[in-house]
Design a protein around this ligand. Structure first.
Ligand code: ATP
Length: 297
């Protein structure tokens, strides 16, 4: 297996009794990238992440994480990773600092407490209160801090911004980006498409336990469909335009205003439009959300 990959899964299968959670997942996450893992509820995102840390064992296929086999070297994989589970179970009677100290001890790593305090400050997280008295969002912040605090090579984050308010979501995204800038690889699952769009270089879509598409975020968007509205000074023959490759007619108002759908680049259409008296032109790109829905519907 290639060394420039932080994660590689081949035909990964996981069944929970009769439930086929992963039906042959193939994934390659490059070292140093932020990879967004998208999929509807129950698609297998959490299951895939848990296999990567050997928290559950797959029934088939192969898996390498940081060049290691998690089933043989789980301790090393976990020590070099930062994991934020979807639901973090913390000992309620500890205070925040105590819980973080426990994580540090379990990892057997020396912890830079200056960095921990910095992370807590950025997230506006008080280290003194007891875990059982924290709100859901503040518990999530503890989860984020424990995942990042040992500056791991690999971050496996299951919905990192869940339960956080929009400002804190932005802070977490900035922390994730900063970790990547320092060399970490980030693999995160999310339902929030705008954040995937914002920080992920590549996106993988999983549906019913199968990765159906992996794409560069930017390419996914540029390859997508665009809606183009054109208003002309007078009625035009729309066929000249709809004959162009990738262009189709969505609606026509009195022949002087057209709504077209354009797949891919706009160049041919723009050149063809130059032959007409155009008063106004607007384009609207399908959002990642719409692309997402096309995959899942
Ligand atoms: P979500 O976005 O809702 O968190 P997910 O993509 O993370 O979903 P998983 O939690 O991996 O999905 O679940 C994949 C499938 O496996 C689902 O059908 C789920 O019900 C099932 N599943 C997950 N954990 C278990 C378990 N411990 N026992 C039985 N079935 C399970």
């Amino acid at each position: 297996m290639t060394t420039d990959l932080a994660i590689q899964t081949q035909s990964l299968i996981k069944n929970y009794g009769a439930v086929k959670a992963l039906r042959g997942v193939d994934l390659e996450v490059r070292k140093g990238e932020i990879f967004g893992f998208l999929g509807p509820n129950g698609a297998g995102k959490t299951t895939a992440i848990r296999c990567m840390l050997d928290l559950i064992r797959p029934n088939g296929g192969s898996l390498r994480v940081l060049g290691l086999d998690p089933q043989k070297e789980a301790v090393a994989v976990r020590a070099r990773s930062g994991y934020l589970p979807g639901e973090l179970n913390l000992e309620g009677n500890l205070n925040v600092e105590g819980a973080l100290r426990l994580f540090a001890r379990l990892r057997g790593n020396k912890t830079d407490w200056g960095f921990v305090r910095q992370l807590a400050e950025r997230l506006d997280l008080d280290l003194k209160p007891q875990i059982k008295n924290l709100s859901k969002g503040n518990k999530q912040k503890v989860g984020v801090v424990q995942a990042l605090m040992h500056r791991p090579e690999l971050l496996l984050l299951d919905e990192p911004t869940a339960s956080l308010d929009p400002l804190m979501q932005q802070t977490v995204l900035r922390l994730i980006r900063a970790a990547r800038d320092e060399g970490a690889t980030v693999f995160f699952s999310s339902h929030i498409l705008s954040e995937v769009h914002e920080i992920a270089e590549r996106v993988g879509f999983i549906r019913q336990g199968v990765v159906v598409e992996v794409a560069e975020t930017a390419a996914l968007i540029s390859r997508s469909l665009r809606r183009v509205r054109v208003r002309f000074r007078q009625s035009v023959d729309s066929e000249t335009l709809t004959r162009l490759p990738g262009v189709s007619l969505l609606s026509k108002d009195d022949g002087a205003a057209l709504t077209l759908q354009v797949e891919g680049e706009m160049d041919a259409l723009i050149k063809a439009l130059a032959a007409f008296p155009v008063i106004d032109l607007s384009t609207e790109q399908h959002s990642l959300e719409e692309i997402f829905l096309t995959y899942y519907q």
